[in-house]
Design a protein around this ligand. Structure first.
Ligand code: C5P
Length: 396
């Protein structure tokens, strides 16, 4: 997608270097236009380096006076995103003022528009700003509501720029929505997914867990949602941000995760076991914190087998369950082990990956079905999620 990113001079503009980097990682082509105030907060050179494109600020191209750049940029973009958008910017464009490069391009563009306001709470809630946003909404301008929290000015309230993932989702959803349902092959499909590592408690202070950031499961949930699916994510212990718009049920132990999945499995068209579930749990949970005994050098922890969630769901298969898919993180004999699990757990497909990618931004997977296996090249987990969901759509 071709994204034109407009940056106003709010404190949050420093976050844009990372936003541009994330957008590029998702495969989008980014051009940046910023106000002179924004260039005081964040270096145009940094944005130019990350976006790999010239950063625009001035009305007239100083090298080529014959080029009317604002028209060229205004027609280039699929989506024009302004993040952070200031009170001043919103006020100007709502009232037909185009007195700098950013507001001029905004007035000239016919592409999809998304404004992400970020400012002090009182400015955001100011009825003038609210009226301006209403007016722009009536002209088909889209808004992403800011988040609440501690603002740079020390005030607690609404006005923070949303997380990058939330902005990227809003952009991608806006673009997909305009392309119609033909681009939503999972429309109406119920997808149940387990995400993250489980936690098996030893005592109130200690637990055993599996290494898992939850990124792969969250990315699959996001991609499936983008393509129209109703996703229910049963989420254990994760270190990544959970998108606000995802339907999430938290369940930390394997037993709790199984209990939660059993509330949704009958109606699910697709079930994906992406969680790193502990195979064993502590046999005797201690209600009090276990004390160190100076005289004891060795202690033994007795573990008992946990239920296998995905296997239980596959054995409890309903007529709705068209696909039940597992993951297989392996350090040795990957193919052999993954194929064994596919069969033992009665799955329709299994995603093999190497344990060395746990916690990493990247992954390298092999998608295995009873009749086929497809090895993918290494790529980031967002791209991996796209590949996995595409394979799932093909199987459906
Ligand atoms: O047997 P193993 O843990 O390697 O299998 C991995 C697959 O099985 C993953 O899809 C994982 O989510 C699922 N699993 C499960 N319940 C368990 C263990 C694994 O659902 N107790």
């Amino acid at each position: 997608m071709k994204i034109l990113l407009g940056i106003c001079g709010g404190i949050a503009s420093y976050k844009c270097v990372d936003l541009v980097s994330q957008l590029r990682k998702c495969g989008h082509d980014i051009r940046v236009v910023m106000t002179h105030n924004a260039s005081k907060m964040v270096s145009p050179l940094a944005l130019e380096t990350i976006s790999k494109n010239h950063v625009h600020m001035n009305m007239w191209n100083e090298e080529e006076y014959s080029k009317v750049e604002h028209i060229e940029l205004a027609t280039w973009a699929d989506v024009f995103v302004v993040a952070p958008a200031s009170y001043n910017f919103i006020g100007k464009v709502a009232n037909g003022i185009a007195d700098d490069f950013l507001t001029t391009i905004f007035s000239a563009t016919t592409s999809l528009k998304l404004i992400c306001p970020a400012m002090n709470t009182n400015m955001y809630l100011n009825p003038i700003n609210q009226d301006n946003m209403k007016k722009l909404t009536s002209y088909d301008v889209n808004f992403l509501e800011p988040e609440s929290g501690m603002l740079a000015c020390g005030v607690m309230g609404i006005g923070r720029l949303p997380k990058h993932e939330t902005i990227i989702n809003a952009i991608e959803n806006l673009y997909e929505d305009t392309k119609g349902n033909s681009n939503k092959p999972l429309l109406g499909v119920n997808l149940l997914i387990t995400v993250g590592g489980t936690i098996e408690k030893i005592d109130p202070a200690r637990y055993i867990t599996n290494g898992s950031s939850g990124r792969m499961g969250i990315e699959i949930s996001q991609e499936a949602t983008r393509l129209g699916a109703n996703v229910t994510a049963i989420v254990g212990n994760v270190s990544v941000d959970i998108p606000d718009d995802l339907k999430v049920i938290r369940a930390y132990s394997a037993k709790d995760m199984l209990a939660e999945t059993l509330k949704f499995n009958k109606n699910a068209d697709i079930i994906i076991g992406c969680a790193a579930v502990s195979d064993y749990r502590v046999a005797n949970y201690s209600e009090s914190k276990i004390k160190k005994d100076e005289k004891v050098d060795k202690v033994f922890l007795e573990l008992i087998k946990n239920p296998d969630i995905i296997k239980t769901l596959a054995n409890d298969r309903s007529a709705n369950n068209k696909l039940i898919i597992g993951f297989s993180a392996e350090s040795d004999n990957g193919m052999e082990n993954a194929k064994g699990k596919l069969q033992r757990k009665s799955l329709d497909a299994i995603v093999l990956n190497d344990t060395s990618y746990i916690g990493s931004d990247n992954n390298k997977i092999t998608f295995i079905t009873p009749t086929n296996s497809k090895s993918m090249t290494e790529c980031n987990k967002k791209e991996t999620a796209r590949l996995i969901v595409q394979e799932i759509i093909d199987l459906l």
